[in-house]
Design a protein around this ligand. Structure first.
Ligand code: MD6
Ligand code: FE
Length: 170
């Protein structure tokens, strides 16, 4: 399941390249945002989520106060220099009591953390290589985004930022 630039329902190609592992994967195209059990490019199941990833996500969630987290999706985002993610809410999942666990690797990013309205003031949070965010509770549905990635060269990822988010889709 290669990285690919998906199309939003509005018809824009995302600057972030994406793929997934796990029983389900997050996709977008002209028909909308959703989770699928197959990769639309390969027509196969998404690659298995490595057990080491799964355990790391569960352990991080537990440390953040979420004891029952059993992720079935790992969405992998790859940002080249200049790529960004516009303000959005993550609401394609069924149970918003479940957190999202996010890992960042490679080039740093400025994460914008807002409120329940798109117009709410944004806090900037720097995410750097190795950062783990457990995101849930009252914050689960707040607007957030990633500002354009600045030029750089990371010893492990070169000119890229990689983000992995672990989710329970349904
Ligand atoms: C990113 N992350 O860090 C984009 N969403 O590249 C997200 O959009 C995100 O980190 C929900 C929960 C945690 C996240
Ligand atoms: Fe998000």
């Amino acid at each position: 399941s290669p990285f690919r630039h998906m199309t939003t329902p509005g018809g824009y190609d995302m600057s972030v390249a994406m793929t997934n592992c796990g029983n389900y994967g997050w996709v977008t195209d002209r028909r909308g945002y959703r989770y699928t059990d197959r990769d639309p490019i390969t027509q196969n199941c998404w690659p298995e989520m490595p057990n080491t990833f799964y355990q790391l996500a569960i352990n991080a969630a537990r440390e953040g106060g979420f004891d029952q987290f059993q992720p079935d999706v790992c969405l992998i985002n790859r940002y080249a220099v200049g790529a960004k993610m516009s303000l959005h809410q993550d609401k394609d999942e069924t149970d918003f009591a479940q957190p999202i666990v996010s890992l960042s690797f490679g080039l740093p990013a400025i994460f914008q953390f807002g409120g329940m309205l798109r117009s709410d003031t944004l806090k900037k949070v720097l995410l750097t290589h190795g950062d783990v965010v457990v995101w849930g509770g009252d914050s689960r549905l707040v607007y957030h985004g990633i500002l354009p990635i600045k030029d750089g060269d990371h010893r492990l990822t070169g000119p890229y930022r990689i983000n992995m988010t672990f989710r329970k889709s349904g």
